[in-house]
Unconditional design. Structure first.
Length: 357
């Protein structure tokens, strides 16, 4: 069904053939999920059966799980661009598009084509992938429930004297036990002044009493990802910390109340940003309020002040306003959210509290 819908998009755009190299997009259209750095290619001609070219390492796995396509093995001595060109020998071809391609492969295919134009057009793939069907939403809901278990384990592990990486280990162990196929991205546990780093990863730093601890994690189920962030205090917080945390929570809620189908993504960002700006902290909110989630942890639509996107029903996005203050630390609160016709629904459900444990 997805291949049929994709061909409908190709026909509407006047595209004769599309070349897909992104592992997750190949999975989306065929059901075959390979390792992230696999060198596979799906050729989708408008009029013929798609062909999946896979390395010898992946051939048997592709035979067992790929649907709606022919499968051809690329042996060690062969090059995928040569196999593609054999399939593109039709002199009537005019427009061949692709999602991503290395420069050597691009040059070889462009040189070998007759009169057809070869150009990138990844947005046509995202036109389909950004709107999730019922099966995808089910997978993502499961990934979110697993992430909630990871967050519970992480916050219970936050104590003065505990290393950041040990908190991350407890979260990841809990998610694996719940059935996660792996982390959705490198788990972040950033404490103290490091919590002011939006991408603070985790280190051997020991958490200290009274520090902000930002925990950002996600699980994976059937290839689909979740994304959740909570910021807690290891011990007692002071009034300034509590005020910052409350401001971010209010911004988070304002964004959530704005999310629905048909709303401009920039308006969601604006709703959260206004709360933070009113506290004089606008310059400390240094990224957009969210992003799409699916087979990738970052994908369209983009929820930022300059985003051109409009939200659609069954987009899945994050709601993650933040404030980062150098030397003091940062607060980020994030949920994975489904866009519905008149409202939004959270997939992640860990309670939001400044206390940990």
């Amino acid at each position: 069904m997805r291949i049929k819908a994709f061909k409908g998009c190709l026909e509407g755009e006047g595209i004769d053939c599309f070349i897909l190299s992104d592992v997750n997009s190949i999975y989306y259209f065929t059901g075959f999920l390979d390792v992230p750095d696999a060198s596979n290619t799906l050729l989708v001609p408008l009029k013929d059966q798609p062909t999946l070219f896979v390395s010898s390492l992946s051939f048997k796995a592709a035979e067992d799980s790929a649907n709606d396509c022919d499968i051809e093995e690329i042996r060690r001595e062969e090059k995928v661009e040569d196999k593609i060109l054999k399939k593109l020998s039709d002199p009537t071809l005019r427009n061949v598009e692709f999602d991503t391609m290395t420069i050597p492969v691009f040059l070889k295919i462009r040189e070998g084509l007759n009169k057809a134009k070869l150009s990138p057009k990844p947005e046509i793939v995202w036109r389909l992938r950004r709107v999730k069907d019922d099966q995808e939403l089910e997978y993502m809901a499961r990934a979110a429930r697993i992430a909630d278990q990871g967050m519970e384990a992480a916050t219970e592990a936050v104590k003065p004297g505990v290393e950041e990486f040990r908190v991350a280990a407890e979260a990841e162990y809990a998610m694996r036990r719940m059935g996660s196929e792996g982390v959705a991205f490198d788990t972040i546990v950033a404490s103290g002044r490091r919590s002011a780093y939006p991408h603070g990863h985790c280190t051997a730093k020991r958490i200290r009493e009274g520090e902000f601890v930002t925990i950002d994690l996600g699980a994976t189920h059937k290839g689909y990802r979740s994304d959740i962030t909570r910021t807690v205090i290891a011990g007692r917080c002071d009034p300034k910390q509590a005020d910052i945390w409350d401001t971010v929570l209010k911004a988070h809620e304002a964004a959530f109340e704005t999310i629905k189908a048909g709303i401009k993504a920039s308006d969601v960002d604006r709703a959260a940003r206004a709360i933070i700006e009113n506290k004089g902290l606008g310059d400390r909110f240094v990224h957009g309020v969210g992003h799409g989630v699916g087979l990738n942890v970052h994908e369209p639509p983009r929820l930022g002040i300059d985003s051109p996107d409009t939200l659609e029903e069954h987009n899945v996005v994050t709601d993650e306003p933040a404030v980062y203050i150098p030397e003091l630390g940062g607060v980020r609160i994030e949920d994975t959210v489904v866009v519905l016709k008149r409202r939004a629904r959270r997939l992640t459900a860990t309670p939001k509290t400044i206390a940990c444990g």
